[in-house]
Design a protein around this ligand. Structure first.
Ligand code: GLY
Length: 350
């Protein structure tokens, strides 16, 4: 088992290893004064792991309730959030008690937000069951739900009390869902770790997954410790995301987030190579990893449509935009610019 300590506005541990769901009660009990617990999960994950977590919490003396919602991004709404808050209030959960987020990114983001808002904040323990949630969304304290106007428009920065990544849960993921996580893992390599890029290329996919997840999260830990509220260096974690989100939006969210990120990283890297901003090796290293992990490298949406979709966020962020650009394999830099530059990137990188 690997353990990391995140030092942000709250200091907490992230544990990574097989079988941790069965230890959720034992490991969280010392952090939570009360003994009432609500497990938030979706209709896919609850049947797989809900009973194991509930039994573990019961063994540690918790009284356990559950809130289960239909799986999918379509549930990540203010409507479901209010249903969840209402369920917590009707149960009489107190500030001493805890919410457990059992599932992927949608569950973690929404349960984290409910825990941040209910009674102005109750403890939240993250139990990620997708590779994407394990390497990214469960750590760092971003919580959110979507609005019809866009993804993650309502949220907070609220750090969890504990994160338990049970790597046993990753065995049951469909290949496309697993691929999403690989896209984020490759992202960590591109932004901060040549060592990880080499490891991902040289070793069979999935080997030493505990180490891979811990390595990614150690990068995230350092970035979050430096810039918890996403004002500066944390934005490097968005490599591939500005264009990726635009592709997702143009697809009507019919593609996976990780596929959008993969295409976004590819477009940005090709453009930077063509602009002479980084060596051609950045593209060859990225390309062979996207191929190996069966991720897309090109998208067939017109650059003008992508620009328009990216601009849809303009009201929130103004005319300026921060692009994350490779400088060499294992290093990306922030580039504060405008949408004209994004248009050039899209023309050059498609
Ligand atoms: N997923 C990017 C971040 O947590 O900042």
């Amino acid at each position: 088992m690997e353990t990391l300590t995140v030092e942000a506005s709250r200091t907490y541990e992230v544990k990574i290893g097989a079988g941790l769901l069965d230890r959720a009660g034992e490991l969280s009990a010392p952090l939570v004064a009360g003994r009432d617990a609500v497990i938030v999960s979706d209709s896919n994950v609850w049947p797989l792991y809900g009973r194991r977590v509930a039994d573990s919490l019961t063994r540690a003396g918790f009284r356990v309730g559950e809130f289960i919602f239909p799986a999918g991004e379509a549930s990540k709404t203010t409507g479901t959030l209010v249903e969840l808050l209402t369920a917590l209030a009707r149960r009489g959960l107190t500030r001493q008690d805890a919410v457990f987020a059992l599932g992927g990114g949608v569950t973690g983001d929404m349960a984290g937000l409910a825990a941040a808002l209910y009674l102005r904040g109750v403890p939240c323990i993250q139990l990620p069951t997708s590779l994407l949630a394990a390497v990214d969304s469960s750590v760092g304290g971003k919580t959110a739900v979507d609005l019809p106007e866009g993804k993650n428009l309502v949220g907070t920065f609220t750090q969890p009390y504990l994160v338990l990544c049970d790597t046993g849960t990753l065995d049951t993921l469909p290949p496309a869902v697993l691929a999403e996580g690989w896209a984020e893992i490759i992202k960590y390599g591109m932004i901060r770790s040549r060592e990880l890029l080499d490891f991902l290329w040289e070793r069979p996919a999935g080997e030493d997954l505990d180490w891979v997840i811990a390595h990614c999260l150690s990068i995230k830990r350092d970035v979050v410790a430096e810039d918890e509220r996403d004002n500066a260096v944390r934005q490097v974690l968005n490599f591939g995301h500005t264009i990726g989100h635009a592709i997702e939006r143009c697809s009507g969210y019919s593609i996976f987030h990780g596929e959008g990120v993969a295409m976004g990283m590819a477009i940005m890297t090709r453009a930077c190579v063509r602009q002479g901003k980084c060596p051609a090796e950045c593209w060859t290293v990225l390309e062979r990893l996207l191929d190996k992990y069966q991720l897309p490298k090109r998208c067939d949406v017109a650059p003008e449509r992508l620009l328009e979709a990216a601009r849809a966020d303009k009201k929130r962020r103004g005319e300026a935009i921060t692009l994350i650009q490779p400088r060499e394999p294992g290093e990306c830099v922030l580039f504060r610019t405008d949408y004209g530059e994004l248009a050039r990137v899209l023309e050059l990188g498609m």
